[in-house]
Ligand binder design. Structure first.
Ligand SMILES: [Zn+2]
Length: 472
């Protein structure tokens, strides 16, 4: 019971525990859900999380540096050196045309699996018109990529003749087809100008990253990005401490003064037990985006620190531990994570399975070799992930089996070992190698652009420390 409540809480002793139990449980569940979602996104691709509607569409966004709000700081965006403004064909479309007296509009919400052709049929529209619209010009084929949940506006003139079709791609882009006198169509993409404003936030951890992030004014999406960026360095479940601090520089998208949503974290700092970890977003000339440390190392590590979610450490790496079942001194050359039977166990890094089967006190065990130097071991599984065997290649984060108590175990847990050149090392403290650092050819560009953001983090820090020092 305790371990559910402890998820994502600072590890110092809770005060007033009984009265806080429900609150903690709630927070735990909320944060757990968030982090699962975050991890699900993150394990698909290393790209940060961006609102779907925005990420999938218009690539060019005007960068506007504003100083209007106390929270908004002037800064140059690192990843878009050549942002250019969108062409505003008609800022008010289709509102303008909808207000016209000559067109009668009806809205059609696109259903899952519904094609434009099916929509034309169900609305008694001509297949010939559909063909003409889709083949009008280069952009008109986008009508064929309509997505469920979005809206099509179908317009008829006063004689009942089909005259317009508008597809609302997202908050700031619409595809519009207009029937001309000769029966052909004009198709245009109408885009509103999107401003990208830079926001900053700082906060201190008292309860959890999620709650304290919210209190600092961070949108959910940005909190999830923050957790993802630092996932390799900080265990937000087990290693968060009261007084840890964070600073974030991120983008918000606006049309005019209307806020559409948050976008990317540009830079962030997390101070965990006094140790500062910083990350900055960088997009290279090939368009690849990732987060890097000030020296250009990837924030991603070749290994996950913890190969299991929603667990608590029940036994540390220890050369002189009294074995709980054997009841005699025996080195514990790994870390035990207590978790429910069936909890997924993930491969800590990319590698190849070299052992898959029972092994004495270890019970059901999987050993993975990662390159020449490293290997990891996962013991006491209740069952293996189907389809894996000796020789199988696995990716970092891929599920390889499930928690159990096979072999010599007093309760369900994962026994995890990390070996470097065959020698057991403490998985919690061993220095983990970084994933690929920034390419040499981009290094100078990276250093130049990231410097501005790191300076900005310095300023945020100075402000935060000064504010904290002021007596209330
Ligand atoms: Zn163990």
């Amino acid at each position: 019971m305790r371990y559910q409540n402890d998820l994502y809480q600072p590890t110092n002793p809770p005060q007033n525990e009984s009265s806080n139990t429900q609150k903690h449980l709630f927070i735990g569940i909320v944060c757990a859900t968030l982090l699962i979602a975050s991890y699900a996104f993150f394990s698909k691709k290393s790209e940060p999380l961006a609102p779907e509607t925005i990420a999938l569409t218009v690539p060019d966004i005007t960068t506007k540096i504003e100083q209007s709000g106390a929270n908004e700081a002037p800064i140059t965006a690192v990843d878009s050196p050549t942002v250019k403004p969108l062409t505003i064909t008609d800022a008010n479309a289709p509102t303008q045309s909808m207000q016209g007296l000559s067109t009668i509009w009806q809205e059609h919400k696109v259903k899952s699996g519904e094609s434009l052709s099916a929509i034309f049929s169900s609305n008694d529209l001509s297949k010939l018109d559909l063909h003409k619209i889709v083949h009008t010009n280069d952009i008109s084929s986008q009508f064929a990529t309509i997505q469920p949940g979005k809206s099509l506006m179908i317009g008829h003139d006063l004689t009942g003749e089909f005259s317009h079709l508008i597809y609302k791609k997202n908050a700031y882009a619409e595809l519009k087809a207009t029937k001309l006198e000769d029966g052909s169509f004009k198709v245009e993409l109408l885009e509103k100008e999107v401003d990208r404003r830079i926001n900053t936030a700082t906060g201190v951890i008292h309860i959890s990253l999620f709650i304290d992030g919210k209190n600092a004014g961070l949108p959910d999406n940005i909190i999830m990005q923050l957790a993802s960026i630092f996932a390799w360095d900080i265990d937000f479940a087990l290693n968060l401490h009261e007084g840890d601090r964070f600073s974030v520089i991120y983008e918000k998208l606006f049309i005019g003064n209307a806020f559409i949503g948050p976008r990317n974290i540009l830079a962030a700092e997390f101070i965990n037990r006094g140790k500062s970890i910083r990350a900055v977003r960088y997009q290279n000339a090939d368009g690849k985006t990732s987060y890097y440390s000030s020296s250009g190392n990837s924030m991603r590590k070749a290994f996950l620190r913890t190969p299991i979610d929603f667990a608590r450490i029940s036994s540390h790496f220890n050369h002189k531990r009294k074995h709980p079942i054997l009841n005699r001194i025996r080195a514990h050359k790994g870390v035990d994570y207590a978790a429910r039977t069936g909890t997924p166990i993930k491969s800590a890094g990319d590698g190849k399975i070299t052992y898959h089967g029972r092994k004495g006190g270890y019970g059901r065990v999987v050993i993975i070799q990662h390159g020449q130097k490293y290997s990891t071991l996962y013991a006491h599984m209740s069952k293996y992930r189907k389809g894996l065997h000796v020789g199988s290649r696995v990716k970092q984060g891929q599920v390889i089996g499930y928690v159990g108590k096979s072999g010599l175990a007093s309760g369900p847990h994962l026994h995890y070992e990390f070996r470097v050149n065959g020698v057991h090392r403490n998985p919690l403290t061993v220095t983990l190698p970084n994933a690929t650092p920034i390419q040499a050819k981009y290094k100078a560009d990276f250093l130049e652009k990231s410097r501005i953001l790191f300076d900005q983090l310095d300023q945020l820090n100075a402000t935060q420390v000064a504010t904290a020092a002021t007596p209330e």
